[in-house]
Write a protein that binds this ligand. Structure first.
Ligand code: 13P
Ligand code: SF4
Length: 322
């Protein structure tokens, strides 16, 4: 039999108390909560800013808060720290990594650069501060095409670490890119076979996809873009039904923005419980961990100054493009 005394309050009341506690801690610390679209709905609802990687980097750059609590993955919080050396940057869970950032260890990256000294280096923001510090300019999925188009036409370009985003940029810009062999484990798990079956079942649906998806998915898409671009597309497009090929967290904002439209998460290979794509790193963050980080002032993102400085130079080149 359940012990009523130890069962605690029902979830709704517990969440309300937790949310009050988080709001009070935020005020105490003069903290801002930044959250990516892939965070769970409860975290998105509590955040001061919800956005894609570019919007969140820009928000971190503009903030006047003493503390930035970054509910996303580690490279995103690290970016906030690179831009804000004097502010405290906290994360809910230090283990919230990213398969793309992990695919490019600094030593192997330095080794490749040494073998291609004539190349300009464009790194996707999903990489470590050490890799950013070795890059000429950073990009996100929102501005990768713009960044590559901004580079002198006579210079060869090395693009890291996402080979699918790189291949997409290559197709759009017509520039030949030397690609690092990294992938997002979430976007490569979307199943083209199940997707085609789904498109058959929903003949009026439009497929919208993040450029981290492999080419065979992007080739069938009606629109390709960053999470912000996908959100924008469902709002301005006249269609009524969309299959969304990216992490399922974005559907929270989409459903709020277009409640009258049908939004279906793209199916993945693995038969997980919801059969939709979830980033296991993004989903490590919880409201309890948000509270704990604000209460305890940790885990904190800390960087060696020489790495931070180099990474800031490359990031500011991107931010200067607007
Ligand atoms: P956005 O640039 O759309 O925020 O994408 C970040 C990301 O990690 C996608 O997997
Ligand atoms: Fe990294 Fe992919 Fe997760 Fe984005 S969805 S944080 S690219 S593992």
């Amino acid at each position: 039999m359940m012990d009523i005394l130890t069962a605690g309050p029902p979830p709704r009341l517990r969440d309300a108390a937790l949310i009050d506690e988080i709001q009070a801690l935020k005020r105490e610390r003069n903290a801002v909560l930044l959250a990516h679209y892939y965070q769970t709905p409860d975290i998105q609802e509590l955040a001061d800013v919800v956005g894609d990687s570019l919007a969140l980097a820009q928000a971190a750059d503009r903030t006047g808060a003493d503390t930035i609590l970054f509910a996303g993955v580690h490279f995103m919080a690290e970016t906030a720290k690179i831009l804000n050396p004097a502010r405290t940057v906290l994360v809910p869970d230090l283990h919230a990594g990213c398969s793309l950032a992990d695919s490019a260890p600094a030593e192997a990256f330095a080794d490749l650069l040494q073998r291609h000294p004539d190349h300009l280096v464009v790194s996707y923001i999903n990489c470590s501060a050490a890799v950013k510090a070795m890059s000429d300019i950073i990009c996100t999925s929102s501005n990768a095409v713009k960044v590559v188009n901004s580079l002198p036409a006579d210079r060869p370009i090395l693009f890291a670490p996402d080979k699918h985003l790189g291949a997409y940029v290559q197709r759009v810009t017509g520039r030949k890119l030397l690609l690092w062999d990294g992938v997002c484990e979430v976007h490569v798990d979307i199943s083209i076979d199940k997707l085609r079956l789904m498109l058959g079942r929903y003949p009026d649906a439009k497929l919208i996809a993040h450029p981290e998806c492999p080419e065979h998915i992007l080739a069938e898409a009606d629109h390709v873009g960053s999470t912000s671009s996908l959100l924008d597309f469902v709002q301005r497009d006249a269609g009524r039904c969309y299959i969304v090929a990216t992490e399922v967290g974005i559907l929270h904002r989409m459903r709020a923005a277009v409640p009258h439209k049908e939004l279906i998460p793209a199916p993945v290979h693995a038969d997980n419980t919801c059969a939709c794509s979830e980033c296991p790193y993004m989903k490590l963050n919880t409201l309890e961990k948000v509270r704990n980080a604000l209460r305890d002032g940790c885990p904190e993102v800390v960087l060696p100054e020489h790495v931070r400085e180099g990474a800031e130079r490359a990031l500011r080149c991107m931010l200067a493009l607007g």
